[in-house]
Design a protein around this ligand. Structure first.
Ligand code: PLP
Length: 219
């Protein structure tokens, strides 16, 4: 099956109003070019170096999403061009993004990552902290940051009830915050294995890698 066909097939399974970020991490630029030729423009990477290298090589109308954990000292490499940073999870990082966005004379769009999984190792802010950060981001403290919404990763587990519970909780929190701050519009949840459930639970942005580009040999 070709990448172009996989993109088409995936888009057919996605609800109206849900956007697709094609996760191209570890895959060569030629794979992205195939998806690009099929008309796709939104791609996600989880490593800054890889994202910056692919940005240099590939057409400039691609919307690049950084979906992985971002270290403060690497913000500067993507600040000039990044379309959306999905996994913002600390005040320190927010401050650095503000600084680099201002230096580049632009607004940077971000999502706050909320910790919804049971696993200890997952990044993200607890709900309460995320709530406080959302309020801060809606004051005048960060004029070059545009908070678009929230992102979450469910526990990697076969128990669909657990996954559903985590997605549903994040969706309720998102709705609550959206009532206070109507500019919030994006809820990024769902990967190859759980995006259908995520959409049922209210996701409007899915991040799909292996179902489009095939299995990865490393992460
Ligand atoms: C790798 C990755 C994905 C895509 O995973 P697949 O299972 O290949 O669809 C989605 N989100 C994040 C944050 C990732 O790191």
């Amino acid at each position: 099956m070709s990448i172009a066909q996989n993109i088409k097939d995936t888009l057919e399974t996605i609800n109206n109003g849900v956007s697709l970020v094609a996760v191209s991490k570890t895959k060569p630029s030629s794979a992205i070019e195939e998806a690009y030729a099929a008309g796709h423009r939104d791609f996600g990477e989880n490593k800054v170096q890889e994202l910056a290298a692919k940005y240099e090589e590939l057409p400039k109308d691609i919307n690049w999403h950084l979906i992985g954990h971002l270290q403060t000292n690497k913000v500067k490499y993507i600040a000039p061009f990044v379309h959306l940073i999905h996994a913002v999870d600390s005040e320190k990082l927010v401050k650095e993004i503000q600084k680099r966005a201002a230096q580049n004379n632009r607004s940077i769009h971000i999502l706050l990552q909320v910790r919804i999984a049971q696993e200890e190792t997952k990044f993200g802010m607890p709900y309460q902290e995320a709530g406080e950060m959302i309020s801060n981001l809606n004051c005048d403290m960060y004029p070059n940051i545009k908070l678009d919404g929230l992102m979450g990763m469910a526990t990697n587990i076969s128990d669909q009830n657990q996954v559903k519970k985590e997605f549903t909780e994040l969706h309720s929190f998102f709705k609550e915050q959206q009532n206070k701050f109507p500019a919030l519009k994006t809820l990024s949840m769902g990967m190859s294995g759980d995006y259908k459930l995520a959409m049922e639970c209210g996701s409007n942005m899915v991040r799909i890698g292996s179902a489009i580009f095939g299995a990865r040999s490393y992460n």
